[in-house]
Design a protein around this ligand. Structure first.
Ligand code: 6GU
Length: 256
């Protein structure tokens, strides 16, 4: 998978995305990160990328010309019109399903805006998807682009070393992940749940699934609308709802 990022801050994006797991994925050839400096495509001798807005009002806008130039450079390089994702709080809110779907593309272009936005006319010509990462306002599209690239890249085959770890965590089956423990067996007088030391794999799987259901019911009950639960699991959810009614915090351990 090739990620192309059109940005005024290529070093910010490059440094971040060549670190840790994504850096290793680049070295392995599973993904590539191609940052394109929009300023390199400005056609005026001062390399200006921003300008005032027609009609007045506060703030500057990114000019259409250098943004289009940066886009054309990518199109020429890959030889077809790719999906272009514009990062904006006005877009559809990003989620795990979108990350999975986008991971199937060969090339993805991320357009990072700054100032008060980008001239509408270039957006009309090149943007195929508008995406937000949540209901709050950021200063630019770089952080959202990096958030999306991280989430998408880890769904690309070969990026995660353990083939399983992409499947068995939070949001799989619309459930949060179960609690996990490592050594020592007792820490600050808290013991690891005994079932995890039993070596009985069927019981361990059953316990983990129950914990995932309980956690989701407690922390993110909204996710359960999309989860497929057995009758027994639905009873667990009802139990958690009852616990919450007296205003006390439910005890994590009581369903072991
Ligand atoms: Cl994608 N961009 C900006 N600038 N702010 C945001 C956002 C995106 N998503 C949430 N806030």
């Amino acid at each position: 998978m090739n990620f192309h990022v059109l940005t005024l801050f290529p070093e910010m994006v490059n440094d971040c995305l060549h670190t840790s797991i994504l850096g290793r994925a680049v070295l392995k050839g599973c993904i590539s990160i191609n940052t394109v400096d929009i300023r390199d495509y400005a056609d005026n001798k001062h390399l200006r990328v921003d300008d005032y807005t027609y009609g007045g009002g506060a703030g500057m806008l990114m000019r259409a010309q250098p943004v289009y130039g940066a886009y054309e450079a990518v199109e020429k390089r890959i030889g077809f019109r790719p999906r272009v994702i514009y990062l904006t709080p006005q877009g559809r809110v990003f989620d795990q399903q979108m990350a999975k779907d986008l991971a199937l593309e060969q090339d993805l272009v991320f357009l990072c805006g700054h100032y008060e936005g980008i001239d509408e006319r270039v957006l009309e010509e090149i943007v195929t998807d508008e995406v937000s990462i949540g209901d709050y306002v950021l200063t630019g599209g770089e952080l959202p682009a990096m958030v999306m690239i991280d989430a998408i890249a880890r769904m690309v085959p070969g990026v995660l070393s353990n083939g399983d770890s992409a499947r068995t965590e939070s949001f799989e089956d619309s459930l949060l992940e179960y609690p996990q423990y490592s050594r020592p067996e007792v820490w600050h007088e808290k013991a690891v749940p005994p079932v995890l030391l039993s070596g009985h794999h069927a019981n361990i799987e059953k316990w983990r699934r129950e914990q995932a259901v309980i956690r989701t019911a407690r922390k993110r009950p909204d996710l359960l609308e999309r989860a497929v639960l057995t009758k027994e699991e639905q009873r667990l959810v009802l139990q958690v709802r009852e616990e919450g009614k007296d205003g006390s915090l439910p005890d994590e351990g009581e369903h072991e």
